[in-house]
Design a protein around this ligand. Structure first.
Ligand SMILES: Cc1cc2nc3c(=O)[nH]c(=O)nc-3n(C[C@H](O)[C@H](O)[C@H](O)COP(=O)(O)O)c2cc1C
Length: 202
């Protein structure tokens, strides 16, 4: 058990957010299995308030890139306060999102706050917590399969509802390009907190 726990930590510790993707494709079944794993997540009152959409179509990826870059340009140039821009500076990000077209697949995670059945609203519980846990399992499963991801949040993300023709009950939660890293991919030199900074045993 100790070895299994250490091996898993070491596997997860290799995960990095990647912003430079290869366009090389792979068996989509790997993504389906990762979504199956995500679907095992615990959820408030077992409502399983999530939906995952895999985009493979070059045309739809292009539409998503155009819409995301429009929002991101506005955010970087006008909406984000200087303090946010300062926090992003070490990551080297800007409004250009080429990876949305280059990555072979995008997985869009939607959260479902409620359902409308027979004109009656059926509320879901702890939706953000539940979808966050499911997404964590998804990212772990993709990492375990040898793929890389970026958790991308172009803001606001409502355009995804329209481009992907989703019902109004499904709210975009995260946009995740998935693939292999580009050969010349680089990652920012940032550090993770030490165990003593994130854990107390009392
Ligand atoms: C909820 C969430 C939203 C994020 N949004 C973006 C984003 O829009 N663009 C981006 O380049 N990175 C985004 N990131 C990635 C973070 O910048 C990244 O996880 C962090 O810098 C740590 O780096 P690492 O993932 O390589 O460990 C996001 C991460 C999370 C968890």
């Amino acid at each position: 058990m100790l070895k299994a726990s250490k091996d898993f930590y070491e596997l997860m510790n290799q995960r990095r957010s990647i912003r430079f993707f290869s366009s090389e494709k792979f068996d989509i079944e790997i993504l389906v299995n990762a979504v199956k794993a995500a679907g095992t997540a615990p959820s408030g009152a077992n409502k399983q308030p999530w939906k995952f959409v895999i985009v493979e179509s070059a045309e739809i990826k292009k539409q998503i890139r155009i819409a995301a870059e429009k929002e991101e340009k506005e955010s970087y140039e006008r909406r984000m306060p200087q303090s946010w821009l300062d926090d992003l500076a070490p990551l080297g990000t800007d409004w250009h999102k080429e990876f949305l077209e280059i990555a072979p697949y995008l997985i869009i995670v939607f959260k479902i706050d409620y359902l409308k059945i027979d004109n009656e609203i059926r509320k879901h519980y702890y939706v953000n917590e539940s979808v966050g846990i499911a997404t964590g399992i998804l990212l772990s499963a993709l990492n375990n399969a040898g793929l890389v991801t970026l958790t991308h949040t172009p803001s606001p993300m409502n355009f995804l509802q329209k481009v992907l023709n989703r019902p109004l009950t499904e709210k975009p939660y995260l946009l995740i390009p998935v693939g292999y890293p580009a050969e010349d991919a680089v990652v920012p030199d940032i550090k993770r907190k030490k165990i003593d900074d994130i854990l107390e045993v009392i």
